[in-house]
Write a protein that binds this ligand. Structure first.
Ligand code: FAD
Length: 531
């Protein structure tokens, strides 16, 4: 009789035993970076981070893997049985519980130590659950936007602020940000969504085409004030008081959820506003500046953390697997090519992580900076958004290849999910070309009053004088060609050089930032020896 021969001896158990108990905080490099940042607070900080990391690396990780399965992706239920429009976002019970637990940590509360919230957010990103991390980043922007105008906002908005920052009766609000419209996401000044002024608030009419975290309680929305060319920024409750229980949305409909390449656990909707109540924040004509300066800047910093945490997780798990898995006569990491690639991965995880925290520290300290230093920081945040998101994609693809065929299996490791999400990180909050063009415009303007050498010295204090001189002449040469005009053979070449020049500069910045910590490994040798 025909019988199928299996290989009953082969098991992944020893790999899984180590991988599934791997604590994200058991990482000498990361601990060095975090302790250096929190200085004398480190003892207390570690005491607070450890239980968070424990949950994250065990029960939350298992939950996230479950939520990521296609059958658990969010769905939209537009009507109830009585023909009433409800636009309910249906997410699995695990996702609702996880959301409650993570937001319940009060990541933005006054009770947090400086850097505690951001360290926890970095750790959260390692799990790659955009259904949680995207609204966390948006809530950060929501809170900061309201705080910038706290004294002048109406009581309804003050209440929203409390709900998001400190929670109300233990319930913490979830934020979102809706700026992109169908005719162009990069071009916020071209927004067509209309805001009609009423006595104490506005009513919104029109469409927003990319609305992630559409399950949120409140969103930050940009819109044009009726009868003007002014774009203002608004806070929009998803439900007016008393309406949430009835599932009666605040004057808007969710037309559909998008089917996306990545961030599949995150519901991203398309919305029609039909008179939604909205509260304007800040001056009528400063919506774009506020949306970019306060809200998008925070989301861009968050992408630096996400990219770093994705690569850190992939690098650690790839190291484990490469030590566990035998191919031909040895383990994967016994081959020079793989060993070099693992080193590359580890180096990238370190650079990206150290830089994300370094820039965040600068961001918190910027009030003490002069104008030029603040300019330098703004450009560095843009550079991180561009290049961290870009290199995350490359490194995650490399990590996948180190796992061989198992690298492509969604429930073998989280790396395929991180890879798909990293592609999205390149696109939202400003695609690469938009941001590179922004840097070009910023420098073009500034060099009228400040020499490029001085700008480079401020942005990259680690550079030698020779390097500064060389990069200055390369930048001046490109500016002489003008990459903003219609394409020609010359300015196409110059545009390519513009991209690679900043990539080189940002890489050297990352290397300088990482130097003090680079000797520390991301995985203890004893852990590898347990395989
Ligand atoms: C999964 C996902 C979720 C999203 N969620 C949200 C959300 O919650 N809220 C929200 O507001 N948006 C969201 N977005 C939208 C995202 O922010 C936009 O897609 C992005 O800003 C780009 O806009 P666009 O798609 O209209 O591209 P376009 O603006 O049409 O750009 C297309 C191309 O042209 C290039 N380009 C555009 N302008 C310039 C320029 N001046 N110079 C050089 N090149 C240029 C871009 O780099 C890009 O390559 C989401 C996007 C994705 C993928």
């Amino acid at each position: 009789m025909f019988c199928v021969k299996k290989n009953p001896q082969y098991t992944f158990d020893s790999f899984l035993a180590v991988k599934d108990t791997l604590d994200d905080l058991d990482n000498p490099f990361l601990v060095e970076v975090l302790s250096n940042l929190s200085k004398e607070d480190w003892g207390e900080m570690h005491r607070r981070l450890q239980p968070f990391a424990n949950k994250l690396s065990t029960s939350w990780r298992a939950t996230v893997n479950e939520i990521a399965r296609p059958e658990n992706h969010p769905k939209l239920r537009q009507y109830d049985a009585y023909n009433r429009r409800i636009d309910r976002i249906v997410r699995p019970a695990e996702a609702l519980k996880l959301t409650e637990e993570v937001f319940g940590e009060g990541l933005f509360s006054m009770k947090q130590l400086t850097y505690e919230g951001i360290m926890k957010r970095y750790l959260l990103h390692g799990n790659g659950e955009a259904g949680i991390t995207c609204p966390v980043a948006c809530t950060d922007g929501l809170i900061e936007l309201i705080e910038a105008f706290y004294e002048e906002v109406p009581n309804e908005v003050k209440e929203i602020h409390t709900h998001a920052k400190e929670g109300i009766d233990g319930n913490f609000a979830i934020g979102a940000q809706f700026m992109s419209e169908i005719q162009g996401g990069s071009n916020i000044p071209a927004n067509l969504l209309e805001a009609v002024p009423m006595d104490t608030h506005y009513l919104l009419y029109g469409n927003k085409f990319f609305c992630s975290a559409v399950h949120a309680d409140y969103s930050v929305v940009t819109a044009k004030i009726e009868g003007t060319e002014n774009i203002a920024v608004f806070v929009v409750p998803s439900y007016l008081p008393g309406d949430k229980e009835k599932e009666l949305r605040n004057g808007y409909r969710i037309n559909r959820l998008k089917w996306k390449l990545g961030t599949s656990e995150l519901p991203s909707g398309e919305i029609d506003y039909e008179g939604a109540v909205a509260y304007r924040i800040g001056p009528e004509d400063r919506g774009v500046a506020l949306a970019v300066g306060i809200v998008l800047t925070r989301s861009r910093l968050d992408i630096g953390f996400a990219s770093a945490a994705f690569v850190m997780r992939a690098a650690r798990e790839a190291k484990l697997y490469a030590r566990f898995r035998h191919v031909f006569d040895r383990t994967i990491d016994g081959f020079p090519m793989a060993a070099a690639q693992l080193e590359e991965l580890e180096g990238a995880a370190k650079r990206m992580t150290a830089t994300a925290f370094h820039l965040y520290k600068m961001f918190l300290e910027q009030d003490d900076y002069d104008e030029l230093q603040q300019f330098a920081l703004r450009e560095l945040i843009l550079l991180q958004k561009i290049y961290a998101a870009k290199e995350a994609v490359d490194h995650l693809r490399l990590a996948i290849s180190l796992f061989g065929g198992h690298g492509a299996i969604e429930d073998f490791s989280a790396i395929p999910r991180l890879f798909r999400d990293s592609l999205v990180n390149e696109l939202w909050e400003g695609p690469r070309n938009v941001l590179l063009t922004q840097i070009y415009r910023d420098l073009f303007q500034l060099r009228k009053t400040v020499p490029i050498e001085t700008v480079l010295e401020t942005m990259f204090p680690h550079l030698s004088l020779i390097d500064v001189t060389q990069y200055t002449s390369r930048i001046e040469a490109i500016m002489g060609i003008n990459i903003m005009e219609a394409p020609t053979p010359f300015n196409k070449m110059a545009a390519m050089n513009w991209e690679s020049l900043w990539e080189e500069l940002f890489l050297s910045f990352q290397q300088a930032v990482t130097k003090p910590f680079e000797e520390q490994p991301i995985l203890r040798e004893e852990i590898l020896n347990n395989l």
